[in-house]
Structure formats: C-alpha cells, structure tokens
Design a binder for this molecule. Structure first.
Ligand code: ADP
Ligand code: MG
Length: 364
C-alpha cells in the first residue's frame, strides 16, 4: 500500500521565493495522478519534496499515514525520472538501468532478466551497449524511464519524462507508461505542463497555478466543472471560447453581434444579483455547433477566418461581429467545411454553457 498525503505544505526557497503555498491533496494507492500547470507554478518543487530531495518549509508529507519529512530519499523507496536525465556517463545504458537493482542487492540473473524486460517494453534493447552521451535527448529520457521503472518502488515520480521526445513518439510512450503503471500496480505521480498529456494519462489531475493547487479531480470533473476561469482555460485544446453576454432572465444569457442578438439557455442556478449584468460565456470548441444557414432562434452570425485541417477534424476559427471582434473556435467534421470569409451561424446547447464573473464560475 502506498497512499501519500500532502498536508498544508509550503516551500519557501532562499531569497523568499514562495514556490508552493499551502498545498493539500492526497494520492491514492495505485492511482495515476497528473500534476498539471504552467511553467514555474511549483510542480517540480512539489515532486522533489515528495521524493525527499527538497526540504519542506512547513506542513507534512505522509506515506501510508507516517510522516516522512525527515526521511532520506533512499529510505522513501521512490522511483524517480526527472526531465533532466542524470544518467551515469561512464556506464553503458545496460549498467545505468541495472544500477538501482544492484544497489538493492538483487542477484545477477534477476538483474539481467529485469533489465532486458524493461528495455524491451520501452524500446531500448538496441542501445543497451551504448554510452548515454552518444544518445539523443529522447533516447536518454527512455533510458531514464527504464531506470525509474525497473524496480518496485512505493511510488513512481515522473517529471516531464517524455518532454524531449519527438512529437510522434510521445503518444506511443504515454501508452507504454500507462501500461506499465497497470501491469506493475504502481502508484504514479506524473508532472507535466501539457494538458493533453495529463488528460490522456491520468485517473485524476491536480491543476496548479501561482504556487497553489487550483483543483483536483477526475478528468471529466475538471472538464465539466472547472473551479475557476484559469482551470477552464488551461485544460482543453483548443482552449475554451469566451464571449460577452448578459443574463436577461433566469436560465437565459444573450449575446449580441452587430444588431443580431441570440439567447441561449444554460444549466445551474445563478444568483439573482447577476440578472441584468454582463457575464463571460464559456463554450468549448468540441461542443460548439456551426451551421451554414440561419436556423432562427439561438444562432449567432460569424465570419470564417481560418479552417485548419487536423487529421479527421477541422479547427474552424470564426470572428463574431461584436465590438471586440471576438474570435471563437469550433472543431467540426471534414464534410462541408465552410470556406474562409464565408458567414456561418454558431450555436450551443444549455448543458455546454459555462458562465463566469471574472475568474468565478457562476453556474457551476
Ligand atoms: P515548475 O516545475 O512548475 O515549472 P518549479 O517548482 O520548478 O516550477 O519552480 C517554482 C518556483 O520556484 C519558480 O519561481 C522557480 O523559479 C522557483 N525555484 C525553483 N527551484 C528553486 C531554487 N532551487 N531556488 C530558488 N528558487 C527556485
Ligand atoms: Mg518543472
């Protein structure tokens, strides 16, 4: 069992850099948790404190209920793979992977078996005899991952472990990491700034910004009920569209564009104080509907700016004819793609409407 509790944890570096502020969350046994956020928000610091590589300024980290604040990294039995792959330059790839096993006193035959197995899984069998310096960044990261995953740790901590790999191999590596997590019954914390990576890999996602946890939840909780506008914007690609609207009666918001007005229903109760006030209307590109003609009520005219073909889909960028020339994106199918400059009509269903007052969601 390897549950991790992070309780009121702070990290203040010398020079008074508040890297992590009052962090609270837990990692369940056998869970795959992604820690997601923009560069500098405190992700690596958090992981390094779990690993024991960084002192905790305040608060407690517990493994299975036991405080580990004062335990050394080796006493915590953790597997680590950080973005900067500190491979042993003098050792072959094989010996690099074997290193943590030898340190545990595993027998020669068992070491060989495990090294060859993980090398096969992560596709480095061909380079076992090479030295790290002769490898590309992507291959060094693979070796680093092999070294982390070759033994049975309490928890596996991965910090941007595939960031140096080619785009086309990343999806494949993600699938392999997730498979290993299942096969080896691991408890994994995976740090990334890439929301696509977090969403595709994790059971739950912890979203951080400005040194603080913003929200933790399953991918669908984060997707459907973002706790603030930052989370709504950061998770999702292309990002959520935002338009200005006015709540003119309970359950209805109206958006104006060049004299045209369209009213849309929304779900959830909003405080009565918002009736008559301006709010931000958020709709994800994945659920925005686009029609070639005006179907009547609840449709806004917009001009097609860009149609960008992406595999099976098209990302359509359209401009609303409002004072801000608001740009919105929709993901549509490949049939009947409107041309640039054409006028289309956009619409959305009540259950897809997110309303915000500044950062605050108001119909959550
Ligand atoms: P992330 O991994 O999310 O990009 P980090 O945890 O690396 O963020 O950094 C969080 C903040 O702490 C940043 O402002 C960074 O500059 C600062 N920081 C990180 N390491 C140190 C350090 N050793 N000394 C001082 N400040 C640091
Ligand atoms: Mg980092």
């Amino acid at each position: 069992m390897s549950r991790v509790d992070i309780e009121h944890v702070w990290k203040i570096y010398d020079g008074n850099v508040q890297a992590v502020k009052d962090l609270n969350f837990h990692i369940e046994d056998h869970e795959f948790l992604a820690v997601l956020g923009p560069s500098g928000c405190g992700k690596s610091t958090t992981l390094r404190m779990i690993a024991g590589l960084e002192d905790i300024t305040q608060g407690e980290i517990k493994f299975n209920g036991e405080v580990v604040n004062n335990l050394s990294p080796s006493a915590r039995n953790i597997a680590l793979a950080f973005e900067s792959y500190a491979l042993y330059a003098r050792l072959s790839v094989y010996e690099n992977i074997a290193f943590p096993l030898r340190a545990q006193g595993v027998s020669r035959a068992e070491v060989d078996k495990k090294v060859r197995w993980i090398a096969e899984v992560l596709n480095v069998t061909d380079i076992l005899k090479k030295r790290p310096a002769s490898l590309s960044g992507g291959h060094q990261q693979r070796v680093n991952l092999c070294r982390a995953l070759v033994r049975s740790p309490n928890i596996t901590l991965l910090d941007e472990p595939i960031s140096h790999m080619d785009l086309r191999v990343r999806a494949n590596m993600r699938a392999r990491i997730r498979r290993l997590h299942e096969e080896l019954n691991l408890t994994t914390v995976y740090v990334t700034h890439d929301q696509g990576e977090a969403v595709s890999l994790a059971d739950r996602v912890a979203v951080m910004n400005h040194s603080r946890l913003q929200q933790i939840g399953t991918v669908s909780e984060i997707w459907d009920k973002p706790i603030n506008k930052f989370v709504a914007t950061f998770v999702g690609e292309p990002q959520m569209n935002f338009m200005q609207g006015v709540i003119d009666q309970p359950g209805q918001v109206t958006i104006s564009a060049n004299g045209d007005k369209a009213s849309f229903g929304f779900q959830g109760q909003v405080d009565r104080k918002y009736i008559g006030s301006q709010v931000t209307v958020g709709v994800r590109p994945q659920v925005l509907q686009v029609f070639p003609e005006n179907g009547g009520e609840g449709m806004l005219p917009a001009k097609v700016d860009i149609n960008q073909f992406q595999g099976e889909n098209v990302i359509l960028t359209v401009i609303l004819d409002d004072p801000d020339s608001t740009e919105i994106k929709a993901i549509i199918g490949p049939d009947r793609v409107p041309a640039m400059g054409e006028t289309v009509w956009v619409s959305f269903r009540p259950e897809t409407v997110h309303l915000f007052d500044g950062e605050e969601p108001i119909n959550r």
